[in-house]
Design a protein around this ligand. Structure first.
Ligand code: ZN
Length: 65
């Protein structure tokens, strides 16, 4: 998928896609982790991994596969 995103696209609390422009070179806007460089420490990676199932569950099975 090489679609150029013109907006963040992250789901907001309202359930609508975020329309904020992403940070250049990143996929998300500054509100949705665009400024984050990702987990750097083992602790941070572990925390992120713990959050994954919750995030996937929240998004629902409709988007899986
Ligand atoms: Zn966003």
């Amino acid at each position: 998928m090489s679609i150029v995103r013109s907006c963040c696209g992250a789901r907001t609390r309202a359930g609508t896609p975020c329309r904020t422009k992403p940070i250049p070179g990143r996929r998300r806007c500054r509100w949705h982790g665009g400024r984050s460089t990702g987990p750097k420490t083992p602790e941070g990676r572990a925390k992120a991994a713990l959050n994954l199932p919750r995030i996937r569950a929240a998004r629902g099975a409709a988007e899986v596969g």
